[in-house]
Design a protein around this ligand. Structure first.
Ligand code: GRF
Length: 198
């Protein structure tokens, strides 16, 4: 059966687009965004993929916890019986409740190499470290999601070197290009492991 994949996004969705354009042997059965204005939602709609806008705010306004939001989203996702969940620019740190709730592998794209620059400003942090002479390269990874932020086992990585004269924008563009290739490669790799007998 074709693997059922759910992609979670918060922004532009260029990595979602890379996955759509790669024509992998998978069905993206839903794209979830926690931001209404995310262009990724338009990309999904254009590709004929169902979308869900799932904001945290109504939960916080009602005095409900992040864990309740995570549990609610996990339940909605589980109803669609996915085989894999891909976080592609998803800017919300899940509590373990989400991971337990969905019960399938969750993988995340992060714009830094394993063990370096966790968090939402990884590209800027790496760029500043380069300016300070501390590093000569950074990169990106797709990793398994575990409760610790940006720290699960890496599935695939790409090194992206700094080049003399790089501005933050030039470096970020080079890194994003590497991400677009990496997310396809890593998703394909993990889906291959599903085919292997246990
Ligand atoms: C990527 O750089 C990803 O690594 C980071 O957010 C960005 C998402 O880009 N966490 P897009 O929304 O896929 O264009």
């Amino acid at each position: 059966m074709t693997p059922r994949v759910i992609v979670l996004v918060s922004g532009n969705g260029s990595n979602l687009q890379a996955l759509i354009d790669a024509n992998l042997e998978l069905d993206i059965v839903l794209v979830v965004s926690n931001r209404k204005a995310a262009f990724a939602l338009e990309r999904a709609a254009t590709a004929g993929i169902a979308t869900l806008y799932a904001p945290l705010k109504p939960f916080t306004i009602a005095g409900r916890s992040r864990a309740e939001y995570d549990a609610d989203l996990a339940q909605k996702i589980r109803l669609l019986e996915p085989d894999l969940i891909v976080l592609a620019g998803w800017m919300h740190v899940f509590t373990p409740i989400f991971l337990e709730g969905v019960g399938v592998p969750v993988i995340n794209l992060h714009p830094a190499l394993p063990g370096q620059f966790a968090g939402a400003h990884a590209i800027e942090d790496a760029y500043n470290a380069w300016l300070e002479g501390k590093i000569t390269e950074s990169g990106c990874m797709v990793h398994h999601v575990i409760p610790e932020l940006d720290a699960g086992e890496a599935i695939a990585t790409r090194v992206v070197p700094f080049i003399v004269g790089d501005t933050l924008e030039i470096f970020a563009n080079r890194l994003h290009a590497a991400e677009h290739e990496l997310i396809v490669t890593a998703t394909r790799a993990i889906l291959e492991t599903f085919k292997q007998p246990a």
